[in-house]
Design a protein. Structure first.
Length: 443
């Protein structure tokens, strides 16, 4: 079989998908034939896709559509019978014309976000809206219209299967209005001078290019984050010292500050590092510091939301990898990092050129590099309920490995991969690549 295109502009429909029409026609070789009959598959959805006249607080979470045609009993689509479309706001409806061949055919329709393609280039099933639709027989020169609905209520749960496809939806079945959760929620709470008010929203978290090991492995999931307040920068040595909470210890496993070393910024007495972010701090001490200020450590989800620039990107600024001037990273001599000409320790807060996220006009700095940061929760695996695929609202991981907590964000020692928003590391004690910042609710 072969694809050939016909472009059509359908009448505006308030819940129809925006894209061009395409004709999937049967042919073994030679020029594309003009079909004697075809099935027009019309796809409708309540998913947040690009649309004309969206409000400024409307979010777009799905931007691609894949359509493939399978012959009767065929596990794989016919040759040339798969197409991907980038959805555009200036188009009103998607209709896919399928020219039937001898025997029945099944169309697989997948609505997805481009960021959620897996290593094979296929849309991640758990983060897509999809359906396997049986095409009806057609008479000579007949045009039959078949309607299918891709609803947010079925996220990650395909309608039908290749072996048992569904029939088209009747015209009397209504499509819900645009998914109401796809909105930015303003943060209006009062602020201290050292914090920003982070608006709420819904973003994709995780990565379909899952990697083995403790640092990766979280599948894409749709997460709603409520507004919250967060420190503008990582807690500094001087701020911790002023709290009176830090106590130097000889045993790194005790709560407090690890023994002094060239890469640890905290020292028993005030020195030259007072404005550097503090590291070599246990999770318990970080938690106690935040609690004393009426705050807490951010959750994993809050921290990933910030690290992805509030939009599910790889880094706070977008998806392109950083240079040594952009972020404090790659300074480990042991791993021959790309920035080993720089000091092998944390840098002053806010000294990186691009590692800045403006939130409500206030700069939140060092989210990708300088130091990793303690998150509130214990470390749990990728299969925990707080990381399940689907739609999650303000997830918090309640129980995990004894004594292990999560660090989010990269450090001065990491390579670019370690700076990505979805990367997470388990840690049991104070180390020189982890610091912290505080957060609190916006209520």
């Amino acid at each position: 079989m072969r694809l050939h295109h016909t472009l059509s502009q359908r009448a505006f429909h308030p819940v129809s998908l925006a894209a061009k029409a395409v004709l999937l026609a049967a042919a073994c070789s030679g020029p594309d034939p003009v079909p004697a009959s075809q099935v027009l598959l019309v796809i409708e959805t309540d998913a947040p896709i690009p649309r004309a006249r969206l409000a400024g607080d409307d979010l777009v979470l799905f931007d691609r559509l894949r359509v493939s045609v399978h012959g009767s009993g065929d596990e794989k689509p016919c040759v040339g019978c798969t197409r991907d479309f980038a959805l555009a706001a200036d188009q009103d409806e998607i209709s896919v014309g399928v020219a039937p061949t001898n025997g029945s055919a099944v169309v697989h329709v997948e609505l997805y976000a481009e960021r959620n393609l897996d290593a094979a280039g296929a849309p991640d099933v758990g983060s897509s809206l999809s359906a396997w639709v049986r095409l009806p027989p057609t008479a000579a020169r007949e045009l039959r219209r078949v309607r299918t609905i891709l609803a947010m209520a079925t996220l990650g749960e395909p309608r039908g299967s290749r072996e048992e496809p569904v029939d088209g939806d009747a015209d009397v079945v209504s499509v819900p209005a645009r998914w109401p959760d796809a909105k930015v929620v303003p943060c209006t709470a009062p602020l201290d001078p050292d914090e920003a008010c982070v608006p709420g929203g819904v973003v994709w978290m995780g990565n379909a290019l899952r990697r083995p090991g403790p640092a990766g492995g979280i599948a894409p999931r749709l997460v709603r984050i409520s507004p919250f307040r967060v420190d503008l920068h990582e807690v500094t040595v001087g701020e911790l010292r002023a709290s009176g909470l830090a106590v130097s210890r000889d045993d790194e496993t005790d709560p407090g500050v690890a023994p002094e070393s060239p890469t640890c910024t905290y020292s028993a007495g005030a020195g030259a590092d007072e404005d550097l972010p503090v590291n070599c701090i246990s999770h318990a001490l970080a938690e106690a510091f935040c609690r004393a200020r009426g705050r807490t450590l951010p959750t994993e989800a809050q921290r990933e939301y910030l690290g992805g620039g509030l939009r599910g990107a790889l880094y706070p600024w977008g998806n392109d990898d950083p240079s040594c001037d952009d972020v404090v990273f790659g300074r480990s001599r042991g791993s021959l990092g790309p920035c080993i000409d720089r000091p092998e320790r944390p840098a002053p807060v806010g000294s990186a050129r691009r590692d800045v996220l403006l939130v409500g006009g206030r700069p939140v700095v060092d989210l990708a590099g300088n130091l990793g940061e303690w998150a509130r929760e214990p470390y749990v695996g990728a299969d925990a309920p707080c990381h399940r695929q689907g739609y999650l609202v303000d997830p918090v991981c309640e129980a995990g490995a004894a004594g292990a907590f999560v660090s989010r964000g990269g450090s001065y020692a990491d390579v670019p991969l370690g700076l990505r928003a979805e990367v997470r590391f388990p840690a049991r004690q104070a180390v020189d690549i982890i610091g912290f910042r505080c957060a609190r609710d916006a209520r």
